[in-house]
Design a binder for this molecule. Structure first.
Ligand code: MRU
Length: 371
């Protein structure tokens, strides 16, 4: 388990993922703008982790306004390890709601594709909306919700691991893309939770990690995580995945997700679609592992998913050196959408949806009623 993100003594603590694997540096963020910058620049990244970051960013906005306006001399009001502080005076309901709303809007706009981000902002807003109009109670329910989002996410990840491990036999060779591990989540992962669980059950595995151009989440992060857990991991160029699959050198592909539409169409890191098509062509199972908070039932299909386009420099400049001729334009979408018809199963914390489609997903949610 990795301490990807935490809220300690009035600060949002993250591992700066842009520096891994060369440097393991903890950042202590003490303004909402810093949290927003950390999400935008992928210091903290991965759908569930940015959801938790948004919730903690909103909590931080309360810590700040309480320090400024409550008249109570404290260095911080919230800490994951302590009882939530409720004794507040000198601050009005509208100041609390205003701080939360401003922070929520800023954070929501940082990255558009992963629904976990807006889901977390909405969950925080819902928690205060349902609370009596008493400043102390408002603050208390916002804090409880932020810590609950983090705690529940972690428990979902362990359950995803348990359900997913049922698909993994000893000796299997598994291909994954991007990083859907502890670093992308509350600490255990989604796609990698399946691998961690199978590994902890003593299954002998080989994991192929696509490098994941342009930001190399596979080479830098997935390889780092799996290696430190003692899982046999090999990295490969994204372009090598086709020949690996065609030569029957992998048994299945497992990836995470950033947003899953009501019909099962799934947005994930750019390059995922190609793997799904390859699996279909060569008869390999293609699994998506994701918590229910990654579903966006308001979207009928993947056509409605907004895809984040990132700076062309991420592609044209490598390690500070310009590779493309100056002036050449770049196509750099961060995600693609895999149609549900290519997905064998979606592994969630409540169970597995096989051959997902709109009807199966609707009845799965009816049975398990979200979280
Ligand atoms: O741009 P990133 O690194 O945030 O993209 C992350 C992914 O695409 C992950 O596969 C996805 O968020 C699932 S993480 C459990």
């Amino acid at each position: 388990m990795i301490e990807t993100i935490d809220y300690r003594k009035g600060k949002v603590r993250i591992i700066d993922q842009t520096l891994l694997p060369g440097e393991y540096r903890i950042l202590e963020l003490d303004s909402v703008e810093q949290v927003a910058e950390a999400i935008r620049s992928l210091r903290v990244r991965g759908a569930p982790a940015i959801g938790i970051a948004a919730a903690y960013g909103m909590l931080l906005s309360l810590d700040i306004i309480l320090r400024e306006k409550s008249g109570i001399d404290r260095q911080y009001f919230f800490d994951r390890e302590e009882e939530v502080m409720t004794d507040i005076r000198g601050i009005e309901e509208k100041q609390i709601l205003g701080a939360l709303a401003r922070a929520g809007e800023l954070l929501r706009k940082t990255r558009p594709t992963a629904v976990n981000l807006s889901w977390a902002v909405e969950s925080m807003n819902d928690a205060v909306r349902k609370t009596e109009r008493d400043p102390a109670l408002l603050v208390q329910s916002a804090a409880r919700k932020a810590f609950e989002i983090h705690r529940e996410e972690l428990s979902c990840e362990y359950n995803i691991g348990r359900f997913g491990s049922g698909y993994i036999r000893s000796g299997m060779r598994i291909l994954t893309h991007c990083n859907a591990g502890g670093l992308a989540t509350a600490g255990y992962g989604t796609a990698l939770a399946v691998i961690y669980q199978a590994h902890s059950e003593g299954k002998d595995l080989t994991v192929y990690a696509d490098e994941t151009r342009p930001l190399l989440q596979g080479t830098r992060l997935t390889a780092w995580e799996l290696d430190r857990e003692g899982v046999d991991v090999r990295v490969l160029c994204d372009g090598a995945a086709a020949s690996l699959i065609a030569s029957s050198s992998v048994d299945c592909v497992v990836v995470g997700a950033d947003r899953i539409a009501a019909n099962g169409d799934t947005a994930n890191k750019i390059g995922t679609l190609g793997l799904a098509v390859l699996c279909s062509e060569f008869g390999l199972p293609f699994y998506v592992a994701a918590p229910l908070s990654t579903f966006d039932l308001s979207l009928e299909s993947g056509d409605g998913i907004e895809i984040e386009n990132r700076s062309g420099e991420e592609v044209s400049v490598i390690a500070g050196r310009r590779m493309a001729p100056p002036g050449v334009r770049v196509y750099n979408p961060a995600f693609d959408v895999t149609p549900a018809s290519y997905i064998n199963s979606i592994i969630t914390e409540k169970g597995v949806i096989t051959n997902p489609d709109a009807e199966k997903i609707r009845s799965f949610f009816d049975d398990h009623s979200g979280r």
